[in-house]
Design a protein around this ligand. Structure first.
Ligand code: NAD
Length: 334
């Protein structure tokens, strides 16, 4: 009997559909795909279009328009739903909107009886992953964000391009917040077995790190949104989980000491995050990581202040407060 691996995508815009299309174009473990979006008509069109690829796809897949009942037996739910930042809107405005949207989504998913793994792509991804864990009450290892895995793919591409080496042979990560405070711990970057400092001057490293950080802004300026890169990233993470691959990826995972989700390397398998990878940082890199943690904490604090007019006092209170958020405080009027 063929084992069914079912994925539900919630949010079928640029990112959700790039992921779906990338899944169809590769050999993956997924053989059932269910699509949910507020815009049901669009999803109907997307499902028809995807089904027409099956004749040429390396995969066999049942693809259908879904509702929340299809989450019940899903192995993995990928969320790419949300509002995008509008001109003049602050980052906090976006966070309030997406935190409100997620309340409805996660409540619906959990009401279906879902007990699988969440993979979050919606921005600000570290905070949306944190919120998803609090809203759902699922264990931390089953709630994962894409973190800095796309940024890491960009880093490996840029180094590979500069050195004329296959990015697969570039070993290193972008870590921290998926945002402006992310950074490259260069002391851990290798090409093949050689230290990166054997190949690049400090100025080159600085330039590459800046290009990685600004890549999303540049793509958005030129074409309005970024989606192919994150689509492929999501396939890679999906395979690691559904294929029980024990693959290392730099995903948004839970840091208990600081009560934040943040992009750091971890091993992914059928249970989600099976363990974290610990590695040495220089004093300067440690400071950068702490700064990134502080940025995320400050965002969470601002969100709590907006929801309840006061700061969270403990991890447990965070959990209770996020579960009890009054409906009238959700920003659903957009
Ligand atoms: P988009 O506007 O094209 O798609 C968003 C979709 O969400 C829309 O189809 C909308 O109808 C749907 N939606 C909104 N509210 C919903 C709800 N309550 N239930 C179901 N569906 C709902 O946006 P996009 O370009 O696909 O981007 C999606 C998200 O992914 C954004 O937050 C973006 O910033 C983020 N993103 C993350 C990364 C990363 O590295 N993690 C990279 C690129 C984009």
């Amino acid at each position: 009997m063929v084992e069914t691996k079912k994925v539900v995508i919630i949010g079928c815009g640029n990112v959700g559909m790039s992921y779906a299309y990338a899944l169809l174009n590769q050999k993956t473990y997924v053989n059932e795909l269910c699509l949910i979006d507020l815009n049901k008509e669009r999803v109907e069109g997307e499902v028809m279009d995807l089904n027409h690829c099956l004749a040429f796809s390396p995969s066999t897949m049942k693809i259908e328009v879904g509702d929340y009942s299809c989450c019940r037996d899903a192995d993995l739910i990928v969320i790419a739903a949300g509002a995008n930042q509008k001109p003049g809107e602050t980052r906090l405005d976006l966070l309030k909107k997406n935190a409100s949207i997620f309340k409805g989504i996660i409540d619906n998913v959990m009401a279906s009886g879902f007990n699988g793994i969440f993979m979050i792509a919606t921005n600000p991804v570290d905070i949306m992953t944190y919120i998803t864990q609090k809203y759902s009450g699922l264990p931390h290892h089953k709630v994962i964000g894409t973190g800095t895995s796309l940024d890491t793919a960009r880093l490996r591409y840029l180094i590979g391009d500069k050195l004329k080496v296959d990015p697969a042979n570039v070993h290193g990560y972008v870590i921290g917040e998926h945002g402006d405070s992310e950074f490259v711990p260069w002391s851990n970057v290798n090409v093949g077995l050689q230290k990166i400092s054997d190949f690049l001057y400090e100025d080159d490293m600085k330039e590459i790190a800046e290009d990685v950080k600004n890549a999303a802004y540049e793509i958005i300026n030129k074409k309005g949104a970024t989606y192919y890169g994150i689509g492929m990233t999501l396939v890679k993470l999906t395979n690691a989980i559904l294929g029980n691959e024990h693959a290392i990826a730099v995903v948004s995972n839970y840091d208990e000491t600081n009560d934040v989700y943040i992009g750091l390397p971890a091993v992914l398998d059928g249970n989600g995050i099976s363990r974290k990878i610990f590695f040495d940082l220089t004093k300067e890199e440690e400071k950068k990581l702490q700064n990134s943690i502080n940025v995320i904490k400050e965002n969470i604090r601002e969100l709590f202040e907006w929801f309840w007019g006061h700061e969270p006092k403990s991890h447990l209170e965070n959990h209770r407060l996020l579960n009890d958020v009054p409906k009238s405080n959700l920003k659903e009027d957009f």
